[in-house]
Design a protein around this ligand. Structure first.
Ligand SMILES: [Zn+2]
Ligand SMILES: [Zn+2]
Length: 144
């Protein structure tokens, strides 16, 4: 019996860099860290993760650049339009993290958590019931 794998595609703003992920994705959540905020020019960034084997670039390899935002992590962006789409870190060496807004369709998981919650900006109010984690690693339980 062949296992059927659904794939969801995505691309940058200008459409040069295109990619696909296999479902099901592993997790989805909002990140409030300073680096995501600056890299994306947004109050927080919504990411999901897939195993590196479940991610493939389908176009624009020559337009994709990687910026090392810290010693262990790099962020992949399109050199033409500047869209920052990917995050890869030795902390999650077997995963590719992808910013949800670049997908052409919904992935199988909705955001379930806020990480680096204690670094959130004060000029946006988030009032949902999702789990809120923070601390030095961004994913520790917080006293609420
Ligand atoms: Zn682009
Ligand atoms: Zn972040």
């Amino acid at each position: 019996m062949t296992k059927h794998i659904d794939a969801v595609s995505g691309s940058c703003l200008c459409g040069r860099v295109t990619f696909e992920v296999n479902e099901p994705v592993k997790w989805c959540g909002h990140c409030h860290c300073d680096l995501c905020r600056r890299a994306h020019g947004a109050p927080f960034v919504t990411w999901f993760g897939v195993a590196t084997d479940d991610f493939r670039l389908t176009g624009g390899e020559e337009d994709l650049r990687w910026y090392h935002s810290s010693e262990e992590a790099k962020r992949g962006f399109c050199s033409e339009c500047g869209s920052t789409m990917f995050f890869s870190s030795s902390r999650w060496a077997d995963e590719m993290h992808i910013a949800l807004p670049f997908m052409h369709a919904d992935v199988s998981k909705k955001p379930s958590v806020h990480v680096y919650w204690d670094r959130q900006v004060h000029w946006v109010t988030v009032a949902d019931d999702l789990k809120k984690l923070g601390g030095p690693t961004g994913v520790e339980e917080l006293d609420q």
